[in-house]
Each structure stands twice: as structure tokens, then as C-alpha cells.
Design a protein around this ligand. Structure first.
Ligand code: R5P
Length: 325
């Protein structure tokens, strides 16, 4: 049995097809080459993976956000983990900057699955030794795993952007706005980082549809700069509805930020048509050129992930990163 302080000698980073640009940026930060592997699909949609380098006993990190096509990205990562396990990798860390199915984290209706838990089981069964991820929809998802989970947050990156953008004087006029009572903790952490007050919107989802209604706002936004904080933007409906209610309650202007810019369907148009002045997101998932409109500012999580990987590899504290990033 390996001693608990065991530190692996060689670090290898590989990517699936979900977000090679992020994997490359992580390797640039680490100043190592991206590992070489074949990852492709046959005409029968079966995925094939083959590592072109010896990974026996190596510390292997597999970068794959669960992004569109989501189910292919998931299956591909499982196959990459299996291939690495069968190639006798020393330790396999699944680097999943965006963990899909996060909203399916409890049985909140009769006869529904807990898919976030199912994914955890699948990754462990495939042979993952650790998970490295960013801003899970709900922190409790960590508990679905029996292997160590390092959940990073992009809040520091987003907070620093707004600190520099507003400067100390305008920052005093900001109120952070949570899009939902259930997500108020995340917004609270952002408000604390910025040293500003918090307001919370009461959101109602219409059945299982992707439609939302902002019904009430708790807290004072009159005459203030509202800064909406959420974990992800999918259709843009939540951010648009939150911006509208903040303005109806007297906010002077509205900005928004999210870690995961899924921006599906008409979301970019919804954002462009909304009163939000700027939407700041990160690159946990790839943003196609059509999504890179002037209103959407993209910040990179590559240095954050790169530093976490370096620390995991060398056995240093990852928790200390929360103060630095
Ligand atoms: C929901 O609980 C999440 O925190 C986000 O508010 C939601 O996923 C955003 O989705 P949409 O952009 O479709 O409103």
C-alpha cells in the first residue's frame, strides 16, 4: 500500500475533445507539453481512446468539462479514465471544470433520478482517483463521491475583475444580487469578498420548463449598481428576469457574472437585448465565436486550474488557493 504522503514523479495532462484550448492553456501555465492521445469516434459513434505516451505510474490529469454534446463528453471521459487505468497510470484525476447534471442533485419530485450522483458512481467505477472541479451547482455533490474532490471557485477571479473595474469609490455603490434564495450563499461569498451588501431575488421556475419568473427582491437596490451573481447562464432567462426586477426596484445599472457560460440557443441575444451592461464569465466551457459578443467578457480559469494541478501533484494545500485566486 502506498504511503499517504506519496508524491508522483511525473505529471501528465491529457484532453478529451470537449475543451482542448483550456487544456492547452493549463499546460502553458504548467510549462509542460499537452499529452498526446487519439480521441475520436468511429462511424458507429463508438468512442476510441489511445494514449501515445507511457503513463505507467504517472500522475495523470484528464481535462474534460461536461459541455455540449454533454453526454458524449461524459462518456468520453469515462473511456479516457478506463484507458488510463488499464495503462497502469499511478493516479488519475478527472479535471471537470463544468460538472453537468448538477441540478439533478436530489429527488425533488416523485420518480426522478439523482443524475449528479449517478455520474459520481460512473467516474469512480471507471477508475478515477480524484475529481478537480469548479463551482458545482450545489456543494453537496462533493459528498456523492467516495474519492477526494477539490472544488475550486471562480468567485475570486470574478471579484477581482469588478474590484478593478469599479475602483474603491464606485464599489461602495454596488449591491450583489442573488438570483435565487437557494443560491444566496454563493452571492453572499461574493458580497463578502467585495465588502458590499447583498440582495436576494425570489425566483419561481414554471414546472420543468426552462422559464423563470422573478417574483420578489429582498434587500435594497434603489440607486445602487446591481451585480448579479450566479453559477451558470443557460438560456439567460434567470439573469434577464433578475436584471428586470432589480431595475423595477430602482437599481441604477446592472452587471452580471457567472462561472459557467453555457449560453444555449438564443441566450446571447437574450443577453444583448437585456438591460445588463456587461456579463462576465469564465472559460470553464468553450465559447464559440458567436458567443464572444462585446457584452460578454471572458476570464480564464486556466491559471487557477494549473496552480491546483501543480499543488495536487506536489502534495501542497489546494485550500490556500481560495485566498490567492
Ligand atoms: C439554477 O438554479 C442556476 O443557478 C441558474 O440560475 C440557472 O441554471 C440559469 O439558467 P437559465 O439561464 O436558463 O435561466
Amino acid at each position: 500500500m502506498r504511503p499517504s504522503f506519496y508524491v508522483y514523479e511525473e505529471l501528465k495532462v491529457f484532453t478529451g475533445r470537449a475543451h482542448p484550448a483550456l487544456a492547452q492553456a493549463i499546460c502553458d501555465y504548467l510549462e509542460i507539453p499537452l499529452g498526446e492521445a487519439d480521441v475520436f469516434e468511429f462511424s458507429n459513434e463508438n468512442i476510441f481512446v489511445r494514449y501515445h505516451e507511457n503513463i505507467r505510474a504517472r500522475d495523470v490529469f484528464l481535462v474534460q468539462p461536461f459541455t455540449s454534446p454533454v453526454n458524449t463528453s461524459i462518456m468520453e471521459l469515462l473511456i479516457m479514465i478506463d484507458a488510463a487505468r488499464r495503462a497502469s497510470a499511478g493516479r488519475i484525476t478527472a479535471v471537470v471544470p463544468y460538472y453537468a447534471y448538477g441540478r439533478s442533485d436530489k429527488k425533488d419530485q416523485p420518480r426522478v433520478p439523482i443524475t449528479a450522483r449517478l455520474l459520481a458512481n460512473l467516474m469512480e467505477t471507471a477508475g478515477a482517483d480524484r475529481l478537480l472541479t469548479i463551482d458545482l451547482h450545489a456543494g453537496q455533490i462533493q459528498g456523492f463521491f467516495n474519492i477526494p474532490v477539490d472544488e475550486l471557485t471562480a468567485l475570486g477571479i470574478l471579484a477581482r475583475y469588478f474590484q478593478e473595474k469599479f475602483g474603491p469609490d464606485s464599489l461602495q455603490e454596488v449591491t450583489v444580487v442573488a438570483t435565487d434564495v437557494g443560491d444566496a450563499k454563493r452571492a453572499r461569498r461574493m458580497a463578502d469578498r467585495l465588502g458590499v451588501p447583498l440582495a436576494i431575488v425570489e425566483k419561481r421556475r414554471l414546472g420543468n420548463q426552462e422559464q423563470v419568473e422573478a417574483v420578489n427582491i429582498i434587500g435594497e437596490v434603489r440607486g445602487r449598481i446591481a451585480l448579479i451573481v450566479d453559477d451558470e447562464v443557460l438560456t439567460g432567462g434567470t439573469l434577464a428576469a433578475t436584471a428586470d426586477i432589480a431595475l423595477r426596484h430602482g437599481a441604477r445599472e446592472v452587471y452580471a457574472c457567472c462561472t459557467h457560460a453555457l449560453l444555449a440557443g438564443r441566450a446571447v441575444s437574450v443577453m444583448e437585448e437585456s438591460p445588463i451592461k456587461e456579463l462576465v464569465v469564465t472559460d470553464t466551457v468553450p465559447l464559440t465565436p458567436e458567443k464572444r459578443v462585446p457584452k460578454v467578457k471572458v476570464l480564464s480559469v486556466a491559471p487557477l486550474l494549473g496552480e491546483a494541478i501543480r499543488r495536487i501533484h506536489t502534495g501542497q494545500s489546494v485550500g490556500a488557493l481560495f485566498d490567492e485566486y
